[in-house]
Ligand binder design. Structure first.
Ligand SMILES: Cc1cc2nc3c(=O)[nH]c(=O)nc-3n(C[C@H](O)[C@H](O)[C@H](O)COP(=O)(O)OP(=O)(O)OC[C@H]3O[C@@H](n4cnc5c(N)ncnc54)[C@H](O)[C@@H]3O)c2cc1C
Length: 431
């Protein structure tokens, strides 16, 4: 039997962020060389993780607060994000920086795991948790390599995680269905087509309709198109620039929150195939992969005594299925919840959900939950045209204030808390 103060189940962004925030903000709980915190990860890094890898500004802000520069990870920067309805809509640029940084998750998670270990946190790879048993004074964590005991467990094991299923076996779960496809970049496809037609690439492009010529310019953009909403798919089709082993590629996918699951819907891959065909790609030539995303609703339960959920286990963004920055944000909040619990020697975690909801991250999640219900339930064509094409400045302003930029607000709240006399006295006393 192995005993730990804090056992984190899952070494994705939410679990690693929880550990990194504990090490940064509560160093007495994570002393170098003394194993009080352990992360259990069932895979071995660098492990595959189905994800488009789009990092919004908030992810970078949280990583910066941890002293980490995500620029060290291989990436592609999109200089603008388009939110379209039937190929026309609004275009978001961020002054003097990229609008979206795109990483591959095997590389990003591996990098984050190395950084976590370098700060003295132990990660055991290749250990799968089977069950957890919360008791009054500890938690027993059953794995394929024996049992562990912990005073606190963090469920960071993703959308299908065992932690949530053990503590809330009967709770309602909202999950989105998501498909993803990786293809060569537009320019490569244009080149291949011109090889086949014996035309130089620029002439091949010149023979294409205007929408296809535009795709070379598209290369630097990340696109979201909400046209599937008309067919009861409560979501969008995306395409981002990315790279795989240094080679420029395109990541495509379709997201459906499932809010309209009771209505008649086409097969999920149909709108994706349609969008890819519009840009000269044949979906049948590529491998399609799928994975669910568990999304946030204000009703989601997030803790029981001695156990907290973070990341997808607690609930990702319902509107776009964006979850990396959200997972990093949950990690910061959970670390503070745990730090205070050890300070008080009281582990009920009664107020965790309330504090998540009242945080800047929680406000953004609620805004996205409301948006998902407005944009996907009011699925009339005129309404989609109104929001994506006509009300552009209003939508951009609302997105900037309510949906994005929570990372900065949350970081300053955490900073103020870290500097508060009660906190500093306690940390100093425990160093
Ligand atoms: C197709 C697709 C595209 C996406 N695109 C984006 C995007 O562009 N941008 C974005 O921000 N978000 C995106 N997301 C969402 C994002 O991937 C998730 O929100 C994010 O990975 C959540 O992080 P997490 O740490 O909570 O969970 P995960 O990243 O799922 O990590 C969970 C970890 O727990 C481990 N684990 C699971 N079970 C056990 C067990 N029993 N024992 C031990 N370890 C276990 C897993 O191996 C994994 O390492 C996408 C998701 C999908 C499916």
């Amino acid at each position: 039997m192995r005993n730990y103060d804090i056992l984190i189940i899952g070494g994705g962004p939410s679990g690693l962020s929880t550990a990194l925030h504990l090490a940064r903000d509560f160093p007495h709980l994570a002393p170098h060389g003394a194993s009080r915190i352990l992360i259990l990860e069932k895979e071995r890094y660098p492990r595959p993780k189905l994800c488009a890898g789009g990092l919004v500004i908030d992810a970078e802000i949280i990583l910066q607060r941890l002293g980490l520069d995500v620029g060290e990870v291989p990436h592609v920067d999109a200089d603008r994000i388009h939110f379209d309805f039937e190929a026309k809509g609004l275009n978001i640029r961020v002054p003097k920086r990229h609008a979206l940084r795109v990483i591959r998750r095997d590389e990003f998670d591996n990098w984050l795991a190395v950084k976590t270990e370098s700060r003295g946190i132990e990660i055991r790879q290749g250990v799968a948790v089977k069950k957890i048993h919360p008791l009054d004074d500890c938690i027993i964590v059953e794995t394929d390599q024996g049992d562990f005991h912990a005073r606190v467990v963090v469920g960071a094991d993703g959308s299908n995680g065992v932690t949530r299923r053990c503590i809330f076996p009967h709770a309602m779960v909202n999950t989105a269905r998501v498909l993803e496809v990786i293809t060569p970049e537009y320019s490569v496809i244009a080149r291949e087509r011109s090889d086949r037609s014996n035309l130089p690439a620029h002439e091949e492009i010149a023979t294409l309709p205007a929408s296809r010529v535009a795709r070379n310019d598209r290369q630097r953009g990340a696109y979201f198109d909400f046209f599937p909403v008309l067919t009861n798919i409560a979501g969008y089709v995306w395409d981002f620039p990315t790279q795989v082993n240094g080679e420029a590629m395109r990541c495509w996918g379709i997201y459906d929150t499932n809010i309209l699951a009771n209505e008649r819907r086409p097969q999920l891959k149909e709108p994706l195939a349609k969008e890819m065909a519009r840009l000269g790609f044949d979906l049948n030539h590529y491998e399609i992969k799928g994975h669910p995303i568990r999304w946030f609703s204000p009703q989601n339960q997030m803790s029981v005594p001695r156990v907290l959920l973070v990341g997808d286990a607690a609930g990702a963004d319902p509107f776009l299925g964006e979850g990396i920055s959200i997972a990093l944000g949950y990690g910061a909040l959970a670390a503070h919840e745990i730090g205070e619990a050890f300070q008080r020697n009281e582990f009920s975690f009664n107020g965790y959900r309330r504090r998540v909801i009242r945080s800047a991250l929680g406000h953004a999640l609620i805004a996205r939950w409301v948006l998902a219900h407005i944009v996907y339930l009011l699925k009339w064509k005129w309404f989609q045209i109104l929001i994506w094409r006509i009300l552009k400045p209003v939508v951009i302003l609302l997105a900037w204030v309510f949906v994005l930029n929570w990372g900065k607000r949350m970081s300053s709240t955490l900073e103020r808390f870290s500097k508060s006399p009660v906190y500093s006295t306690h940390v100093q006393a425990n160093r």
